[in-house]
Ligand binder design. Sequence first.
Ligand code: SF4
Length: 271
Amino acid sequence: MTALAALLKRCTVIYAPAGNAGEYSELATNPYTGCGHECLYCYVPLAMHMKRDAFNAGAFKRRDFLARLQDDAERFRAAGVTAQIFLTFSSDPYHLDDTQATRWALEILRDHGLGFCTLTKGGLRALADIDLFRPEHDAFACTLTSLSDTFSRKWERRAALPAERIAALRAFHSRGIFTWVSLEPTLDVESSLAIIEATHPFVDLYKVGRANYLQEITRTTDWAAYTQRVIAKLQRLGKAHYIKRDLQTYLPTGYHNPLRVQQHHGPRAAA
Ligand code: SF4
């Protein structure tokens, strides 16, 4: 067992996500259950065995979450581990309800020498915590599926509109924070390609996936052609990217596609 695995065995709210989520981050924590953004493609109710209506009713802080995070962060500090922790796979850190627990969680991580990364569709709501983000430790990320308000209102009914999410990315980039965009799910090929064109000046990294739980899109999309086009565009623009496992079968043999890269602007860790 590795030292990290041994450490995680003693933790209760910091964990190593598996499968699809594990491609996003080595370590994560989930302050909330539920999310009011009502994304039609959201996999979380399925994964958590929750009724979709109950999940959509809003976000609630998990019981004792902050005290347990404090204990886990202390274990990390005692072990001298300074990793970046992802928020969150069970909700959105900047959902529509009270997100004070997000701020407290980021403060706990910071105060114990840990980095953090938030992935959100909350748009400018994230600016409430921008003062906590540090260029040399932290990252800010948004999921984008389209540049169209109409499209977004259909698929992500109560999330911030695309222009607002993009404004948040610009704001974090302007503060020197590492930014990345999740192009997962890809609901429309042309939209994902247009997002790259529109955001590449202020986005450091793209993570590209497909649509997994939406049979109509999965059946009708030429994923091989999409993969070729997306890597051609990202290469032309000189942008770092990770193509998720579901699309890796369409990559050229030997394609450089690192699972983990440094997601902050601090000094490079020794190889
Ligand atoms: S923002 Fe994320 S957690 Fe919330 S409904 Fe959408 S996909 Fe689910």
